[in-house]
Design a protein around this ligand. Structure first.
Ligand code: BMA
Length: 323
């Protein structure tokens, strides 16, 4: 019996997609962006690692979001190092945001350049053709997603630049999706022994709720043998997204199942996308498990918010015990 609240229930069919399901030869499939399509079906844009070690993106579609996946017969979006040299070592970790103003999906992904990982952006209507914007945040930067609408007239991108002092979550603004500025720190990694010390990053795009932007973020705990990727929650002001309202103390999801603990990279749960069911509350979280498969866990947005109230603190309370 567990002594803690289970916020996300693993699907019994897990892992729902592995390299064995792929119509062409690959090494593994993991961290997938997710969205609902107009016909109610689910699309996953999966990070696929080939047998050279380089990643590309491949779309999988399913009517129920659990099984019956129709996987593109060949890569959907390949790195294009000739036109985009920053993609020379592949493209990874896509996050999808549907942008009603553009009537398009924005896909933000990691481009792996010689200088390290950067953030690239592409727009698409159908996940078949893509309008590429190239790199929009220079290395070392990743874990990025666009907000679905402008904030005070500007597009907003959440991302995770890396500095020698730590890896924290930032937000930046743009008038045109190409020129970015007004960079603001959103959430700092904690220090010391905390589960989310030194290195954090947003996981899927934030969830818009009546109480604010709800963010699922990952914390990377370095251990003598490896790293553990776990998930926590934080809530941000709807009009001023850089303002953190509540941050959960403990993690709320962590590698426990065999397929999360063992794989190419052990002890990793890494969601890049979710869908929300017709009830407006049930969240289907798609996550990479141990960099070797895609798994699904279900939760309730209402319960996530209630958990934050019971297990979180205001970042503005002057309570710096956790810093
Ligand atoms: C992160 C990203 C993820 C990966 C994780 C664990 O930095 O590269 O794609 O799942 O590391 O390897």
């Amino acid at each position: 019996m567990t002594q803690y609240e289970t916020l996300f229930l693993r699907h019994p069919a897990n892992p729902i997609l592995t390299g064995k399901d792929w119509p062409y030869s690959i090494n593994s499939v993991f961290n997938a962006g997710a969205s609902l399509l107009p016909d109610g079906s689910t699309i996953l844009l999966c990070r696929v690692e080939d047998r050279r070690g380089l990643s590309h993106l491949c779309a999988a579609r399913s009517a129920n979001g659990v099984d019956g996946w129709q996987i593109d017969r060949e890569p959907t979006l390949m790195p294009n190092a000739e036109l985009y040299p920053e993609e020379v070592w592949g493209i990874e970790d896509p996050r999808i945001t549907y942008v009603p103003e553009l009537k398009k999906f924005a896909v933000s992904y990691t481009s792996y350049s010689r200088g390290g990982p950067g953030v690239s952006l592409a727009l698409t209507e159908d996940f078949r053709s893509f309008e590429r914007f190239g790199v929009i945040m220079v290395p070392d930067d990743k874990d990025a997603a666009l907000l679905p609408r402008r904030i005070n007239g500007f597009w907003a991108l959440i991302h995770r630049p890396m500095t020698p002092l730590g890896a924290h979550i930032w937000i930046s603004y743009s008038p045109d999706l190409r020129h970015w500025g007004s960079h603001k720190l959103m959430l700092e990694a904690r220090r010391g022994a905390w589960w989310d010390a030194n290195k954090i990053g947003m996981s899927p795009p934030p969830i818009e709720t009546s109480r604010g932007w709800l963010m699922i973020y990952h914390g990377v705990r370095r251990t003598p043998s490896s790293s553990i990727y776990r998930l926590g929650l934080a809530l941000f002001d709807i009009k001023e997204p850089e303002k953190c309202l509540i941050r959960g103390d403990s993690w709320m999801f962590a590698p426990e199942a065999e397929y999360e603990r063992q794989g190419d990279v052990q002890d990793v749960v890494f969601p890049c996308g979710y869908t929300v069911a017709a009830d407006g509350d049930t969240i289907n979280l798609y996550y990479g498990a141990a960099d070797s498969s895609i798994a699904l866990a279900r939760g309730s947005i209402r319960r996530l918010l209630a958990w934050l109230d019971a297990n979180g603190h205001s970042e503005h309370s002057g309570d710096r015990r956790h810093k």
